[in-house]
Design a protein around this ligand. Structure first.
Ligand code: SF4
Ligand code: ZN
Length: 307
């Protein structure tokens, strides 16, 4: 029987295949906190006085992110506010929204819930009833980013923090690579900045932590989280890539780490080579930053209205 590699406690909750480390509950919680802080320091994700908007869905990733960032708030290093996007997915989203509200109330932070219905006058479920639609996750991502970016300005936030984990990052790398989407590849990273002052920089403090360990952290800390999966998740290419990576990780436990590390090394060179398609205009319809005359959100809304 393994004992905790750090303190010798015989009550081990995790055996890390990738490092051979075994940890008890307390040492595991501390190791996750330290990992996130290491990413924050290494990538200079936070500055004293930042007002960080947490994209809080109520799921394990965003709740863990809020829990870790809150330690910085308690030490008066940053201020935190939160936004929850309600896409309008019947039987799925409501519970997450309620959990998010409870976390915000518990911590006493500013929080708002913004729905697709209020912002675009249509729910994601209704978009899926329209012929020739582009698929749930395409709309979901674009409209969600639109709402979060606008919320950041409403809150006067200086950073937007999202709960992307190691699995999410490696999925995005592989997915965009396989699709040949170099523009999107150059946007993957710990911090996304834009020349447009309308964009708030986005940070991902959990990007080096595997999804499984984030789930375990939430469990170990007894954090209330929304466990249900989105009913549309099977439809996505990302889901397929996720399966491939999970299967590979069984025999090659370090594969996600090496994918991320390798990508981080070539990213700067990639950015130099690829001038990219970056938001340098503002959308003539909604005024949000856009690389074209009309932003993706407004383009999609026009299409949906036509169909
Ligand atoms: Fe949105 Fe797709 Fe995620 Fe569901 S699985 S929440 S539709 S991005
Ligand atoms: Zn627009």
């Amino acid at each position: 029987m393994a004992i905790c590699t750090k303190c010798g406690n015989p009550k081990v909750i995790i055996n890390r295949k990738q490092s051979g480390q075994s940890l008890c509950k307390e040492c595991f919680i501390e190791s996750i906190r330290r990992k996130a802080i290491k990413t924050i320091k290494k990538e200079k994700l936070l500055e004293k006085g930042d007002k960080v908007l947490v994209a809080l869905s109520g799921g394990k990733d965003s709740v863990t992110l809020l829990d870790i960032l809150d330690t910085f708030r308690k030490r008066n290093i940053i201020d935190i506010c939160a936004v929850t996007v309600d896409e309008g997915i019947e039987g799925y989203r409501n519970e997450g929204v309620e959990i998010a509200i409870r976390h915000a109330e518990r911590l006493g932070i500013e929080h708002k819930v913004v729905s697709f219905k209020d912002s675009f006058n249509i729910t994601l479920d209704d978009m899926m009833k329209i012929p020739n639609h582009r698929g749930s996750c395409t709309y979901c991502g674009v409209f969600r980013r639109w709402i979060i970016n606008r919320a950041a300005r409403d809150f006067s936030a200086t950073k937007i923090a999202t709960g992307h984990n190691l699995d999410d990052e490696t999925q995005a790398i592989l997915m965009n690579y396989l699709e040949g989407n170099v523009d999107n590849l150059t946007k993957i990273g710990p911090k996304t900045e834009s020349k447009s002052p309308l964009f708030t920089p986005k940070i991902k403090p959990l990007r080096e932590i595997p999804e499984k360990e984030i789930g375990l952290y939430a469990l170990a800390k007894d954090l209330e989280i929304h466990l249900a999966g989105c009913p549309y998740s099977q439809e996505s290419f990302r889901g397929e890539i996720g399966e491939i990576l999970k299967n590979l990780s069984k025999e090659h436990p370090t594969i996600m780490y090496s994918t991320l590390r390798g990508f981080d090394k070539i990213k700067e060179a990639l950015k130099k080579e690829n001038k990219g398609n970056f938001a340098s205009n503002t959308c003539v319809i909604c005024g949000e930053p856009s690389s074209n005359e009309i932003c993706r959100a407004c383009t999609f809304l026009n299409e949906l209205n036509k169909n």
